[in-house]
Write a protein that binds this ligand. Structure first.
Ligand code: AMP
Length: 412
């Protein structure tokens, strides 16, 4: 189906053309007509599905032209990075309109944000805390908001933002259109939906719990003493172009980043102890290819749109099964294929079992060929799940009966 059939205005179609989108993604096909028809929607699509344009295009269409009444579209995001990214996407989509937007988050000065309000804006993309500050200081009013988007609602809940979100929603007119995106719908979000939305339609793409279908994912059982060595060996042997390494803790992420730098990998690190400027520099550098490895904690796992990540390495198995899905969603975005490799220690067995239950899928255990493994119980656990014979993705069956990952060249 071509974009032109959706009934969007020509400046928006021009932007879509410029972005190189040839046809709408499934979530766009489903969501755009509902939003154009003025319905409230609940979306459970994963990030990487074209979600931002799915709500952005029809809302920008409804906004039409710049109006001096103040913000008419408010988008709430759980993290600064997501706010910045969504703001950039909307700027691209609205390029050929005269609509004006501002991104509002903490950790930076207030004045530039206030200046933007004074000059007149149609769109605010914000994290809840800073937006509330502005509202308390009466620097901004939400009384003309006609469209509200609550993005990654479950993440905002996890981060303790729900009371702030409710306060903000309370400042918006009751007569408005609301869209809510959430990978999961826990009872608190159900409550929010009942309170904040009017007769919503649900659009769901694929199975809510299934990880991005284009991603191939495998487990590498290993002894704790060899974890670092195995990660380095994987980086040497697996054919990758850009990779995100996920760690469970900030200190762990710093440690891994230091190790990678010692081994001459161009690595950057992103977690919540780093300043906004440092986080942005790391992300920009990674996007532009100045860093080949981005080491991150789960704060970076959700929603960040980083194109062409070929591999995700879970240096630590994530604590929560949902985070596994979010982490591996960084690769295989918008139909490109990518790989997700998870290092697994003996003690990780219950976490892995929880993930496999969550995604309704057994994850294949593999062994890196040529790596000098020390014994660990987890290696026996892996053996039970190893597939018997054959070839996988060009990999060969290793001596132990595991599949060896396809060895390949590293870029450069
Ligand atoms: P999102 O789910 O909004 O984070 O989008 C993921 C990526 O898909 C972004 O890089 C978008 O630019 C891209 N994208 C969105 N819509 C389309 C489309 N119709 N065709 C191709 N790429 C798209």
């Amino acid at each position: 189906m071509p974009f032109a059939k959706l009934g969007l205005s020509s400046p928006l179609l021009e932007a879509v053309r410029e972005l190189g989108y040839t046809e709408p993604t499934p979530i766009q096909i489903q969501a755009i007509p509902h939003i154009l028809a003025g319905k409230d929607i609940i979306g459970s699509a994963q990030t990487g599905t074209g979600k931002t344009a799915a709500f952005g295009l029809p809302i920008l269409h409804a906004l039409g032209e710049h109006d001096r009444v103040g913000p008419r579209l408010l988008i709430l995001e759980p993290t600064r990075e997501l706010a910045a990214q969504t703001g950039e996407m909307l700027a691209k989509l609205s390029r050929f309109t005269n609509l004006r937007g501002v991104v509002v988050y903490g950790g930076v000065g207030y004045e530039r944000q206030r200046d933007a309000f004074r000059r007149g804006i149609d769109i605010v993309v914000a994290t809840p805390g800073r937006l509330l500050d502005h509202l308390r200081q009466k620097a901004l009013s939400l009384r003309n908001v006609s469209h509200l988007v609550l993005d990654e609602a479950d993440r905002m809940l996890d981060m303790g933002f729900l009371p702030d979100v409710k306060r903000i929603v309370g400042e918006c007119p009751r007569k408005r259109h609301t869209a809510l995106f959430s990978a999961t719908v826990p009872p608190e979000i159900e409550g929010l939906i009942r309170w904040a939305m009017h007769d919503p339609v649900t659009v769901q793409i694929g199975q809510r719990r299934s990880p991005a279908e284009t991603v191939k994912h495998v487990l590498y059982p290993v002894a704790e003493s060899q974890k670092q060595q195995l990660m380095l060996a994987l980086l040497e042997q697996v054919h990758w172009e850009s990779v995100i390494v996920f760690c469970r803790t900030r200190r762990g992420a710093d440690r891994v980043a230091r190790l990678l730098k010692l081994r001459n990998h161009k690595a950057a690190v992103i977690h919540s102890d780093r300043s906004q400027k440092e986080r942005q520099q790391a992300l920009d550098g990674f996007r532009e290819g100045r860093f080949e490895v981005l080491v991150a904690t789960d704060i970076a796992a959700r929603g960040l749109d980083i194109a062409d990540v070929t591999h995700v390495i879970n240096y630590d198995v994530p604590e929560h099964p949902e985070d596994y899905v979010h982490r591996i969603g960084r690769t295989g975005r918008a139909q490109a294929s990518g790989d997700a490799l998870t290092l697994m220690l003996t003690e990780d067995a219950p976490r892995v079992a929880a993930i496999e239950k969550f995604i309704h899928q057994k994850i294949e255990r593999v062994k890196l060929e040529g790596f000098d493994y020390q014994y660990a119980i987890v290696l026996d656990e892996g053996r039970r799940h190893a597939l018997p014979t054959g070839r996988v993705r060009g990999g060969r069956v290793g001596s132990s009966g595991y599949y060896a990952a396809p060895a390949g060249r590293k870029r450069r």
